[in-house]
Design a protein around this ligand. Structure first.
Ligand code: SAH
Length: 343
């Protein structure tokens, strides 16, 4: 059965029309789902019994089932959810000075095979539906409701490659962004890709104001091939050309994510290569401490080295930020909680 959370506002209007109802009820129903956040059709008190009966017959309204929750000392919360078919996914809530942010998954497992990442320990089982992505954000908002707080930011940076599930991710974000949906502003929504070039090219044509982040992690093909198999399909020159085109048509600033891997990608050499790679592009690079994954040999750069790397980039004239560590004391690495749970 279709979940009502799979419907964009337009989809719901079309559906209502098809069933012989007035499409304007879609906005009312969206209010029940995303503003009042009910989880039962019967609670939609201003919707006709007839319409409710059709919904009950044809649609589901089930929330995600929370299997486990971990909370870090810094307030970060990691949730393990079970889907209708028993698959498990992870989402994270982080607290920043600019507000509450949800990191959502886009797939069950991941096929990108990045050598440092815990998500790829379990191959992709399937794509998430739009509703399953929306429901992660909604579940986190409902958790925040207990504290009277509002979810203000969404990053599609959990398990999975969003541009390997393009349509569902875009539909989910349109619901999250909709003024009648979760009403999270475009500029507070970010998509992170490992470098799926056809997705980047498609995204460039969308005229959406979401932020685009690229997981770079290595500034040369030799190292990037080792760390990220996607680089063999779309090497850096191909990737950078697509990004330059995106930056040109969107006029948006790009974010590059760069994991700090001790002794792997944190030397002076890489500083020079990063500078060359980003030259002339409206972009900044976000240095990210690596969360240890027990199954992998990688370590994060020492704080000292991270700062040195940051300073060198800054001196080289590269726009750079150093990400604050979050949820260090819990299974915060993408896919780690799920992998540990399934063990
Ligand atoms: N597939 C997409 C989005 C999911 S990964 C992408 O690759 O961008 C989100 C980010 O988390 C990526 O930058 C990824 O490289 C990073 N990441 C993966 N494992 C990590 C770990 N153990 N510690 C910190 N960041 C990690």
């Amino acid at each position: 059965m279709t979940s009502i959370y799979d419907f964009s506002l337009k989809d719901l209007e079309d559906y209502l029309l098809e069933k012989g109802f007035k499409p304007f009820h879609a906005k009312q129903i969206f209010r029940w789902l995303y503003d009042k956040r009910v989880s039962d059709f019967d609670q939609m008190s201003d919707i006709s019994k007839k319409m409710i009966a059709v919904f009950k017959e044809e649609l589901t309204i089930d929330p995600l089932v929370l299997k486990e929750m971990q909370e870090s000392k810094d307030g970060t919360r990691k949730y393990l959810f079970e889907l209708q078919d028993g698959c498990l996914i992870e989402s994270v809530m982080m607290i920043f000075d600019y507000g509450y942010s949800a990191c959502v998954s886009s797939q069950v497992g991941c096929n990108m095979g990045c050598s440092f990442c815990a998500s790829g320990l379990l191959k992709k089982q399937r794509d998430l539906s739009p509703g399953e992505i929306v429901l992660q954000a909604l579940a986190i908002q409902k958790d925040l409701d207990n504290y009277g707080k509002r979810l203000g930011n969404i990053v599609v940076m959990g398990t999975g490659e969003p541009f390997d599930n393009y349509d569902n991710v875009m539909k989910a974000l349109s619901i999250i962004n909709d003024p009648y949906g979760l009403e999270i502003g475009s500029r507070h929504i970010s998509i992170s890709t490992c470098g799926v070039v056809p997705g980047i090219r498609r995204f460039a044509k969308e005229d959406l104001q979401y932020n685009l982040a690229i997981s770079l992690h290595a500034p040369n093909d030799e190292l990037r091939n080792q760390l990220m198999p996607i680089n063999r399909a779309y090497p850096l020159d191909v990737l950078m050309e697509a990004l330059r085109e995106y930056a040109f048509v969107s006029n948006r600033r790009l974010t590059f994510e760069y994991l700090l891997l001790k002794g792997v990608n944190d030397s002076k050499n890489e500083v020079r290569q990063i500078k060359e790679l980003l030259n002339g592009l409206n972009a900044y690079i976000n240095l990210i401490p690596y969360n240890k994954v027990s199954e992998k040999d990688f370590e994060t750069s020492s704080d000292e080295n991270a700062l040195r790397f940051y300073d060198l980039l800054k001196k080289a004239g590269v726009a750079v930020t150093l990400r604050q560590k979050k949820g260090e004391d819990i299974d915060a690495a993408c896919g780690q909680l799920r992998a540990n749970h399934l063990k």
